[in-house]
Design a binder for this molecule. Sequence first.
Ligand SMILES: C[S@@+](CC[C@H](N)C(=O)[O-])C[C@H]1O[C@@H](n2cnc3c(N)ncnc32)[C@H](O)[C@@H]1O
Length: 233
Amino acid sequence: MKFTKTNEVKNIFNKISYKYDFLNNLLSFGLHRLWKRKLVNLLEPINGEHWADLCCGTGDLAFLISERVSPRGSITGIDSAEDILNIAKNKSELKKNKFIKWEILDVLEINDYSKNFDGICMSYGLRNLNNVEEGIKKVFDLLKDKGRAGFLDFNHSTRNSLSNIFQKIYLRLIVVTISRLFNLGPEYAYIEKSISNFPKKNELINIAKEVGFKKAEYRTIWGGQMGILILTK
Ligand SMILES: C[S@@+](CC[C@H](N)C(=O)[O-])C[C@H]1O[C@@H](n2cnc3c(N)ncnc32)[C@H](O)[C@@H]1O
């Protein structure tokens, strides 16, 4: 297989898929649910709108949005890793949620622009894409005029700032140590590397403006550990 970041990322998420929800809850002390709910609250999806959850993983955002846009709208969860998407599909069967559509696709390879969304959300996905700028451009192209997009991810804080030091300690001592117990240490060690390559707040805002978004706002949460980027086309 050709080695690319895309394949590396897909292998990581297929490998950790069976423990993904469990470790997400454990490693974030359950807080990821609050952060995801906050993102959805900021985006205010409403009944009748058409939404996409890109890099949906096990589908947390898609489930939250389905509560808001049903019964007249739609929500599609898209992910490139089959095993993690199968977990999302199994969860929707358990919840008897037939409303969400699931698609296996690389976000950067979506080229069906009849997919024209009122809103797009992504949690912990943008950082994993081969190219962040291409990802934001893709979201722009997939949105209707005045559409809105929201991204939740780790905040890439200034080097040696308090929140940066805390983040490193948290990732090394808690995340990697605990994930090692499940033989997933290297996969979770990848998070720190990916944050160091991820644009900082102002860089994300600049990319969004260059791509064409009219409005770009960024806020940090949980003492600067996480960031939410909200864009309006
Ligand atoms: C950290 S998980 C986040 C999952 C979910 N959004 C959440 O917040 O729990 C990142 C997800 O992005 C997916 N992903 C990474 N690169 C992708 C790409 N190019 N296209 C589609 N999905 C991608 C991975 O397969 C993985 O499920």
